[in-house]
Design a protein around this ligand. Structure first.
Ligand SMILES: [Fe+2]
Length: 270
């Protein structure tokens, strides 16, 4: 059994007549053409029904829950258990509507919000996260969000099984290479987290987040366009660790043409 991670699927509902996505992503470059189908294909080839996949936010563009249901049902048909984290673009799922979302989730999907799960001998904890001081998107107004999200991560970590190692999923990067520090990094290291995966960084920005082991924590960007829309294996209980957690350059970023580099608008629903 393997634990996988992916973030920033950025799917949308489909036109019932044409089957085409309501929000095509290839406006952000050829790299995004047919991106959900490519992910779907890669997922089917790699993920088995007994695996777990952590999906770290920016799942669907819908503004309301009804609009996200097409994607949620589509994903539910893919192999494995899915553990979902909120992203800044998931307007269809706010902190306040978590129970409402949970009530309509298809089988095999669960929400990571102020809680923790166990998968294959690992705790899966997480939170949406937030901009961090010193990053380009940080504003003083983010202080409240930062404090709240750090608290949510603390709540999630408090819910884990202390006997098991821990994987944390955040949507936002826990810190940036330019600053190196943040309350998230401090918490992850203090609490003995083994692996922290995150998304949010697209195109050129992929290189600004950590893809290294620091302070005992292995950090890995898993934004879908940085992985060429392929889920990333984190740990494998069958002992196939060779395939897991490559440290260093982000997946698929080295040969990316400049024309495919994109920056998605950053906005947060709090
Ligand atoms: Fe995103």
């Amino acid at each position: 059994m393997t634990i996988w991670a992916i973030a920033d699927i950025h799917a949308s509902g489909r036109d019932p007549l044409t089957g085409q996505p309501l929000k095509p992503m290839d406006v952000f470059g050829e790299r995004w053409a047919g991106h959900v189908e490519r992910l779907e294909h890669a997922w089917a080839q790699r993920v088995s029904s007994s695996d777990t996949v952590v999906v770290a936010g920016d799942i669907d563009w819908a503004l309301h829950l009804e609009g996200a249901m097409d994607t949620l049902h589509r994903m539910a048909a893919w192999n494995g258990r899915k553990i979902l984290v909120r992203g800044n673009h998931d307007y269809w799922w706010s902190s306040k509507t978590t129970n409402k979302v949970r009530a309509v989730l298809p089988p095999g999907m669960c929400l990571l919000h102020n809680n923790a799960y166990v998968a294959d001998g690992y705790n899966i904890c997480g939170a949406k996260g937030s901009p961090v001081p010193g990053s380009s998107e940080w504003t003083p107004q983010d202080e409240k969000l930062l404090n709240r999200e750090v608290q949510r991560l603390e709540t999630s970590l408090a819910a884990r099984d202390p006997a098991l190692p821990t994987i944390v999923a955040l949507h936002y990067p826990p810190f940036y290479a330019g600053q190196q520090t943040s309350p998230y990094r401090a918490l992850l290291e203090t609490d003995g987290v083994e692996i922290c995966i995150y998304g949010h960084l697209h195109g050129d920005a992929a290189g600004t987040g950590p893809n290294v082991a620091l302070g005992g924590v292995h950090y890995q960007l898993v934004a879908a366009d940085a992985t060429d829309f392929v889920p990333v294996p984190l740990v494998d209980s069958r002992g196939d660790d060779e395939a897991c957690l490559p440290v260093g350059a982000p997946y698929g970023s080295a040969d990316r043409p400049a024309s495919d580099r994109v920056t998605l608008a950053v906005k947060d629903d709090r």
